[in-house]
Write a protein that binds this ligand. Sequence first.
Ligand SMILES: CC(C)(COP(=O)(O)OP(=O)(O)OC[C@H]1O[C@@H](n2cnc3c(N)ncnc32)[C@H](O)[C@@H]1OP(=O)(O)O)[C@@H](O)C(=O)NCCC(=O)NCCS
Length: 168
Amino acid sequence: MRCIADAAPSPTAETTYFKVGDNLYLRNFHPADVPRIAQITAEALNEHYDPSLYLSLSREWPEGYIVAVDRDGTVQGFLLGVCQVPSEGRVLMFAVEGAWRRRGVGGALMSTFFNRCRVKGLRRVTLEVRVGNANAIRFYNRFGFTMADLLRNYYSDGENGYQMARYL
Ligand SMILES: CC(C)(COP(=O)(O)OP(=O)(O)OC[C@H]1O[C@@H](n2cnc3c(N)ncnc32)[C@H](O)[C@@H]1OP(=O)(O)O)[C@@H](O)C(=O)NCCC(=O)NCCS
């Protein structure tokens, strides 16, 4: 495993690991990550997407798709960001394995995503979250996001969502 402590993310860093903790590294998404990401998504978000979705979304902006791995190389969290609106990044999926939460994994992923957005010249980051997901909302508040809009019946089960946003 090649590690670069405190290095700035590189646009060609697909196989480069950035050490962000004693037992935590960040790297770009790789197609082999799909089964583990699908597992984390199912457990954390109770969502079951076609695996091809994770791959097709990775092609648009590879540097926006970041995974956190432990020393053994096991993926323990990921952030899938896209850029669909000029000058804006959007967090499409974001989850950390249950046993790894509250250990800074999500924060490391989000901070790195902000940096990559800045490198790309983006000025704002948006996301959607269930109104009942109080833990995630606390996390997003901590990272500077504020409510931008109420999205009625946004989720397939009818739950409302918030769009949240922050400027970079
Ligand atoms: C949201 C999520 C990704 C955060 O990841 P994480 O690795 O636990 O986050 P961090 O450890 O970096 O937390 C950073 C800060 O956010 C806040 N925070 C995170 N989780 C929190 C919780 N459960 N309750 C209260 N505050 C919380 C705290 O301020 C925390 O700092 P602290 O631990 O020093 O108090 C994670 O909780 C998760 O995977 N949840 C399930 C999936 C989900 O809801 N994803 C978002 C969908 S929109």
